[in-house]
Design a protein around this ligand. Structure first.
Ligand code: HH2
Length: 287
């Protein structure tokens, strides 16, 4: 376990919603409105299925619903703006209309998609590129007083898994995230609205992902809530020798270790199971 401080920030401000992160780990449930996501592509592509799944995740304890209209799996191409908007807008409208207690997040790096989503009432922008692909996201998050999740990626989804190398993955990720958070604050995003994410699987080999989980405390030391998204990813498949639809146990182990090392939010597909695992993890890690 890491020797760095594991003090988790306590408050996260997201466009009118304030999350108290001090009591328990918060869960972000994944809602992929895509035909081709790596683990659930096509399952929630029909808006009616997506909305039903959002409701189910809220019932099972999701604190944030993360709506995405573009797969960022390794090797994927970006989808055109209009395609992404057509996928997410009807679902955002319906999830906002549910009036559920959960915050709503838009998983996009495109400022046009983020702006439309924020206009419709979304509370958080989840940027897998940490402002690398579209810096205007920071101005938007500031203008709407929305949350901004800054994730690390090396390269683009298309090329990120082609031989990624680092001298020291944790130092590099920490420095990139610190710079991105600085840029967000310069654009007017409040420090209590920023979340950082090491981007598990985004330009990382198996050993990089493990090093990040082990030394997560070095990212917690930046002072922002840390989010991790290991759910069903390839490194879990490699270690457990399991196909993508059978990675629940590995996912729960990964989020548990992340929480023990200071993560405040976990992004998962399996909300009910994660909620149960985290009851145990929190009882120990936050005692
Ligand atoms: N991972 C994925 C997508 N968005 N956002 C954050 N902040 N952190 C992550 O680790 C993360 C993310 C990839 O997972 P998924 O959405 O299930 O797959 P796909 O990109 O194929 O839709």
């Amino acid at each position: 376990m890491s020797e760095y401080p594991r003090q988790r920030p306590s408050t996260l401000k997201l466009a009118g919603i304030e999350l108290d992160l001090s009591a328990r780990t918060h869960i972000m449930g994944v809602l992929n409105v895509t035909p081709d996501s790596f683990s659930d592509g096509g399952r929630f592509f029909d808006p009616a299925d997506a909305i039903a799944h959002a409701e189910e995740m809220v019932e099972n304890g999701a604190d944030i619903i993360d709506i995405g209209g573009e797969s960022t799996r390794p090797g994927s191409e970006f989808v055109p703006l209009e395609v992404e908007l057509n996928r997410v807008v009807p679902v955002i409208k319906a999830v906002v209309a549910l009036g559920a207690s959960a915050a709503i997040s838009i998983d996009t790096w495109k400022s046009e998609v983020a702006e439309r989503a924020l206009d419709l009432g979304v509370h958080v922008v989840n940027d897998i590129s940490g402002l690398m692909f579209d810096t205007r996201l920071a101005d938007l998050a500031a203008r709407y007083e929305a949350g901004l999740i800054l994730s690390h990626i090396k390269g683009t989804p298309k090329n990120m898994q082609v031989n990624p190398t680092y001298d020291d993955v944790v130092s590099e990720v920490r420095d990139v995230l610190a710079k991105a958070a600085g840029a967000a604050m310069s654009a007017g995003v409040g420090p209590q609205s920023i979340v950082v994410d090491p981007g598990i699987g985004f330009g990382k080999r198996l050993e990089h992902n493990l090093e990040i989980l082990k030394r997560l405390g070095e990212l917690v030391a930046l002072g922002y809530p840390v989010l991790i998204g290991p759910s069903r990813k390839a490194f879990i498949g490699k270690l457990t020798d399991a196909p993508v639809d059978d990675r629940l146990e590995g996912t729960l182990a990964a989020v548990t270790i992340g929480v023990a090392n200071g993560a405040s939010i976990v992004r998962v597909h399996d909300v009910k199971e994660a909620r149960r695992a985290l009851a145990l993890a929190d009882a120990v890690a936050r005692a």
